[in-house]
Design a protein around this ligand. Structure first.
Ligand SMILES: [Zn+2]
Ligand SMILES: [Zn+2]
Length: 389
């Protein structure tokens, strides 16, 4: 019998607003949405940011017409946590059933989440009427400090420090504990203590890491968010096994998140930066992290000699020689005597070998001219190209 596991998948990791910037594609631009599958097979959705749309597509493609039954936990009503709802296709199929858990907002009153649904789909904000949402929907109001059982997991809620309120959730399953605490600013002693109780001994602790420690101390103080350093402190204080930095700032490029992760790993070994597509698995004796590679973009078999140096999972430095075998190609800058037309197609042949001992097999590529500039030498043109085929 296969080992029972809990599986946590990240469908949206960006805070505040979705981003489509190329400098942020590696970590991803969709706003918060996580999927937790418990060992008993129950499905939970944590927050309904724009990542929810992709999750809906995935479910529709893989469930083969079977009905979907899921529990949806909403931390709060800010745009980035609800914006995916109207675009979640399983909500438009009558055979599906969803149970929502969220708090009563003082501004919205009773049935807060129902009112959010109505407001999001009101004319003229959305073209489809709420009556088209035919899936059965049940709403449960929860408060901070509650404990209840759902789908084979024990759920605990706690208030976090965020404008207009936000709930943190702890999910205890038979194989381990996941704590989801996004949108929280440290500095309120009572709530800081409460968050530590929520995160106590968690196997996976997903925490708001939107700002850098200097930003949090100065320009972004009072904005309702946290930093990697706070996450590391909590993880160390309450014996968290794995910390996940989450809710990346919409202005943080992939390189900026890389740097945040590097700094965090300098102080706590088991830290991961939330990435769209990342899947964490928890078993009784094991923990796993995978980021399934999306084979998007252009790839070619190649054979270039390379020297690689880095660190192993145990922190040991290594270096070795290798061969680059499968190259992903985005673009290049080439210098030409001719000046091609901007937004025209070029055919480019790059000399390479197909593999060791297989002789010269040139790489034939089609490219598209995206930039024309004066070259480094007189009468030369610098041509920016993007490979298309
Ligand atoms: Zn947020
Ligand atoms: Zn928020």
């Amino acid at each position: 019998m296969p080992e029972a596991i809990a599986k946590l998948s990240f469908w949206g990791v960006r805070g505040s607003t979705p981003t489509v910037d190329r400098a942020m594609w590696r970590y991803g631009g969709n706003t918060p949405c996580l999927e937790l599958e418990t060992p008993s097979g129950a499905r939970f959705i944590l927050d309904c940011g724009t990542g929810l749309r992709t999750l809906g597509k995935h479910w529709s493609a893989n469930r083969g017409g079977r009905e979907t039954n899921a529990h949806i936990f909403l931390t709060h009503y800010h745009w980035d946590h609800i914006q995916g709802i109207p675009f979640f296709s399983p909500l438009y199929a009558a055979e599906n059933r969803f149970h929502f858990y969220s708090f009563r907002s003082p501004s919205l009153g009773p049935d807060s989440l129902k009112r959010v649904f109505e407001a999001q789909m009101a004319i003229p904000y959305f073209p489809v009427d709420l009556s088209a949402m035919s899936a059965s929907r049940e709403f449960t109001e929860v408060d901070g400090g509650e404990r209840f059982e759902v789908g084979g997991a024990r759920v605990t809620t706690r208030w976090l420090n965020h404008p207009q309120g936000c709930l943190g959730f702890r999910f205890e399953t038979p194989v381990g504990t996941v704590v989801y605490a996004t949108d929280n600013e440290p500095g309120d002693p009572k709530l800081d203590k409460s968050l530590r109780e929520l995160a106590q001994g968690a196997d996976i602790f997903v925490n708001d890491a939107q700002f850098t420690p200097p930003q949090l101390a100065m320009a972004r103080k009072g904005w309702g968010h946290s930093s990697w350093l706070e996450g590391v402190r909590i993880a160390q204080e309450v014996g968290v096994r794995n910390l996940v930095l989450f809710h990346h700032d919409p202005d943080s490029s992939d390189r900026a998140v890389d740097e945040i992760l590097r700094e965090a790993r300098g102080q706590f070994e088991s830290v991961w930066a939330a990435t769209e597509g990342m899947v964490l698995t928890l078993g009784k004796r094991k923990f796993g992290v995978v980021i399934p590679t999306v084979r998007e973009g252009l790839r070619r078999e190649a054979s270039f000699r390379a020297h690689v140096s880095g660190f192993t999972g145990d922190g040991l430095a290594f270096e070795e020689n290798t061969v680059i075998r499968n190259l992903s190609l985005h673009g290049a800058m080439i210098y030409l005597d001719h000046s091609p037309k901007l937004q025209s197609e070029l055919h480019v042949m790059i000399e390479s070998t197909a593999g060791p001992g297989q002789g010269n097999v040139p790489m034939r590529l089609r490219a598209y001219v995206v930039r024309i500039e004066p070259g480094p030498e007189k009468d030369q043109t610098a041509v920016g190209i993007v490979f298309t085929e």
